[in-house]
Write a protein that binds this ligand. Structure first.
Ligand code: FAD
Length: 389
């Protein structure tokens, strides 16, 4: 890494740590208890330029790249904020998606507002019946006139719809066609989804301490127009898959930071807690698992950064982005489990953070992409084994 780049990254880390220090655990607990969007935190991220870190300067961003966004997310998560993963919805799916596939008009309209914190996104992809098999979604947009569609269907587990200014809605615009299996899907930008008469929200409870709710989203005759299409009509899956690598990198950065946070907390506790006349960290049964987790996460960080660099260089990063997602998820979760073990009974109390970290990291094995689908990708695309499904 060039000295200039290393200095820049050090500066980013310092600045992000300063910002995160203003949002202690009590702040996040309040947001979670009240299901309150962390608006003050969001505004602080915008003011510091971090929401627009990868948006070009001509659209009001910092003009940096995925590597810098990765560092920002990692440091936010390592500092204990719950808001690293929120980058996936707005700066990644909204920001990168529109940057790469939006019309000039959409770029002008959305990118400056993403950078200044005025707009948040949610992602409407998952359906109960289709599950992981995205080709099977059956939310359907029927053409109703010149460049207009009426969309109907049901989405499941959609996060944060109540706070989102825009939903990226993934819908069929043509029936599934075996001869062109990846065609017939379109992405629509739906403004104010929670306010639309054609959209009905039902809260779906999940066992995660989070500041936003998950919803079943019932859509009945929602009108959308050509101006709302992101990318091309029937070409939505291409856009989605193009953006998925950045989603994996951002998710990996969040899991990496969470895992390192667990290591940091375990080290502090192991040094402080004294039983049998010595700090518990002096026992190798406690010390070695923490040290091993640190080594694993440090290695996972390398592949995460490599994926981000490749993306910034416009190179294929599928293998690295998928590997980063898998390794940070597995190693992060393991680190959190070890941090709980280090904390003994205290590990299960709300006073200490480690159990919450474990629960949030547990999600990364399943969503936004499951580790099985990551392994399918690596087995098939990198190793050349047959597709199993
Ligand atoms: C808290 C939370 C927030 C979410 N937020 C959003 C959101 O904002 N927007 C959105 O669109 N979705 C969201 N989701 C949905 C999430 O992305 C999906 O739950 C996830 O992708 C898995 O899909 P599924 O639940 O249908 O599992 P299924 O597809 O039913 O899979 C079940 C299990 O089988 C495995 N499996 C399935 N097929 C294969 C195969 N071919 N090979 C190997 N294993 C296989 C899967 O990996 C998984 O472990 C969220 C989910 C949760 C829990």
């Amino acid at each position: 890494m060039a000295t200039g780049e290393a200095d820049l990254h050090d500066m980013i880390r310092d600045s992000v740590q300063d910002l995160a220090a203003d949002f202690p655990r009590e702040y996040w607990r309040e947001c979670v208890e009240e299901y309150r969007f962390p608006q003050e935190y969001w505004d602080a991220l915008a003011d510091a330029g971090w929401l627009g870190v990868a948006i070009p300067e001509e659209y009001g961003g910092e003009g940096l790249g995925m590597l810098e966004m990765t560092i920002v997310i990692e440091e936010l998560s390592r500092a204990g904020t719950m808001g690293g993963i929120v980058f996936v919805l707005t700066p990644v799916f909204g920001g990168i998606g529109i940057q790469r596939h939006g019309t000039e008009e959409q770029k002008q309209e959305y990118l400056p507002r993403i950078a200044n914190g005025d707009v948040t996104f949610c992602m409407g992809l998952t359906e109960a019946a289709a599950g992981t098999n995205t080709l099977n979604i059956d939310t359907m947009a029927e053409e109703v006139g010149d460049g207009e569609w009426a969309v109907s269907g049901q989405k499941m587990f959609i996060s944060g719809v109540e706070n989102a200014d825009t939903m990226l809605l993934v819908s069929r615009t043509a029936e599934f066609d075996k001869s062109n299996p990846t065609g017939g899907v379109t992405l629509f930008l739906v403004e104010d989804p929670a306010e639309r008469d054609a959209i009905d929200l039902t809260h779906v409870e999940v066992e995660l301490p989070w500041f936003e709710k998950q919803y079943q989203v019932d859509i009945d005759g929602l009108r959308v127009t050509e101006d709302d299409v992101l990318g091309t009509v029937d070409g939505g899956l291409y856009l989605l898959w193009d953006t998925l690598n950045t989603e994996r990198i951002a998710g990996a950065a969040s899991a990496l930071g969470g895992g390192l946070r667990a290591v940091d907390l375990a080290v502090d506790y192991a040094n402080d807690r004294n039983v049998f006349g010595a700090p518990i960290g002096s026992h190798q049964a406690i010390q070695h698992p923490i040290a091993e987790s640190y080594a694993k996460l440090t290695a996972a960080r390398e592949v995460t950064y490599k994926a981000a660099k490749l993306w910034d260089e416009d190179e294929d990063c599928g293998t690295e982005a998928n590997s980063a997602s898998l390794l940070t998820s597995e190693f992060g979760l393991e680190a959190a489990d070890r941090a709980i073990q280090t904390h003994g009974g205290n590990g299960f109390t709300p006073e200490y953070e480690v159990f919450d970290i474990w629960r949030n990291l547990r999600l990364t094995k399943t969503a936004p992409v499951s580790n099985e689908m990551i392994l399918n990708y690596l087995g098939e695309h990198e190793l050349g084994m047959p597709r199993s499904y």
